[in-house]
Design a protein around this ligand. Structure first.
Ligand code: PLP
Length: 448
């Protein structure tokens, strides 16, 4: 009876993010979670699931870490909130800024804090434009991002997002945003050339910055070829364009390094983060900027920086972030991510070998994907109306695994991003369940 009540209340009052309103009104939520412990979530019917997505790619430490709760309680009792505007400050944000500077790429030493990823990317665009303005080049306003990119849903980050479905809501697509190809269906050379073409077409002197996720997450876990980002960084240098790394998913150990761009030794000018910085225990995010940008702001700004959120540098969130990073480092979770990611890939490769509808499989640390295709020898895709990814996702739910499908551009991709604390046995259990789910769907659609 209680769950029925919650369902009804949910249908009536709760507008869910990224939801089908129709489905919500007809069915209500399928799962109401009540408890989390490690890699597991338990719903209000008492069923337990492996949270193979770390919820929204963010619960890097896993659920139920009491150390984070204790730090939050302590900080809340001492000073839950006070302003960080202008000349006001407080210890947790100062210490966190120092900590982030110490782990960020070399030469990025100053941080602007936000409450999440979208705010971070909008802030990065504004800071980048501010930089050019201070440099006497206010005409540099355009932002280049890539197709299949996901950068958030605030006004500017929606526009930088390269998944057109997100542009549908009226008035959210802003001028001065352009999208280049990404190395997915296009080859590496073509994708790099596309960035150059966009720069040339738009005019280099009009461009503020290029932004990219080291691994495109919501686009389908697209891991770039090894030389891609170094080449794009060279292009940015050639044309004097700022390079923004969106490390919102890939930061804080997710890909087996503290930050994703470390895989290719690429140095961004600005880096945005959120999600894993607090493992989702409390909303938080930020932008780290290069010394050049920070120096320019210090030297040439006159008057006020008219940009700041009430919760920029929130003391309680900062204290939780500090503790979260502390645990990530002390437990070597980036290294565990690398190791477990390799094991996960071995498991995926076995599934690919032993079944008839798995195309590419890939992981970088604990960010991974399994692509479902009608014919693995040609990579021919399934007709969209077969809804194959949806079927596999449902089969996984039935087997106690929560994953996420990517189905736009007629793909059927299953994404994986489990908590970084996952161990070998848990990886193997998860792989077995994926194997079983793929076989069941294969049978259902008559491929086997
Ligand atoms: N950038 C990337 C790469 C993301 O994956 C996300 C969220 O999924 C965002 C930005 C937006 O972050 P938020 O949802 O916290 O606003």
């Amino acid at each position: 009876p209680l769950s029925k009540n919650l369902n009804e209340l949910d249908q009536k009052h709760f507008i869910h993010p990224t939801s089908s309103i129709q489905q919500q009104q007809e069915h209500g939520p399928a799962y109401i979670f009540e408890k989390g412990d490690g890699i597991y979530l338990t719903d209000n019917k008492g069923e337990t699931y492996i949270d193979a997505m770390s919820s929204l790619w963010n619960v890097n430490l896993g659920h139920g870490r009491s150390e984070l709760a204790e730090v939050a309680k302590e900080q809340m009792e001492k000073l839950a909130f006070s302003s960080a505007f202008s000349t006001f400050s407080h210890k947790p944000a100062i210490l966190l800024a120092e900590k982030i500077a110490s782990i960020a790429p070399k030469g990025l030493n100053a941080v602007f804090f936000t409450s999440g990823g979208s705010e971070s990317n909008d802030t990065a665009f504004k800071l980048a434009r501010h930089y050019w303005k201070l440099k006497g080049k206010p005409e540099r306003r355009k932002i280049i991002s890539r197709k299949k990119a996901y950068h958030g849903v605030a006004a500017a980050s929606t526009s930088a997002t390269g998944i057109p479905q997100f542009w549908d809501m009226a008035g959210t697509f802003m001028p001065d945003f352009v999208h280049a190809e990404t190395p997915y269906e296009k080859g590496t050379t073509e994708a790099i050339e596309s960035v150059r073409q966009v720069i040339e077409q738009e005019g280099p002197e009009t461009i503020t910055a290029f932004i990219a996720e080291p691994v495109q997450g919501a686009g389908g876990v697209i891991i770039p070829p090894d030389d891609y980002f170094q080449e794009v960084r060279k292009l940015c240098d050639e044309y004097g364009i700022l390079f923004i790394a969106d490390e919102i998913i890939t930061g804080f150990g997710r890909t087996g390094k503290m930050f994703g761009m470390e895989h290719w030794n690429v140095q961004p000018d600005l880096m945005t983060f959120a999600k894993g910085v607090t493992s989702g225990y409390i909303p938080f995010g930020g932008v780290v900027v290069s010394d050049e940008i920070h120096d320019m702001m210090k030297e040439r700004s006159t008057g006020t920086l008219f940009h700041g959120f009430t919760y920029s540098g929130h003391p309680t969130a900062s204290a939780v972030a500090l503790k979260n990073i502390d645990i990530l480092e002390n437990e070597n979770l980036a290294a565990n991510s690398q190791k477990m990611g390799k094991r996960l890939l071995q498991g995926f490769e076995r599934i690919k070998k032993d079944t008839n509808m798995v195309g590419d499989v890939r992981t970088l640390g604990l960010l991974g994907a399994v692509e479902l295709v009608k014919d693995p020898s040609t990579n021919e895709r399934f007709p969209a109306e077969w809804k194959v990814a949806g079927k596999v996702i449902n089969a996984l739910y039935d087997r106690g695994v929560i994953c996420r499908p990517v189905t736009f551009d007629s793909t059927d991709i299953i994404c994986f991003s489990p908590p970084l604390i996952i161990n070998e046995e848990q990886i193997d259990t998860m792989v077995e369940k994926v194997y079983d789910a793929v076989l069941a769907v294969e049978k259902e659609i008559g491929l086997k």
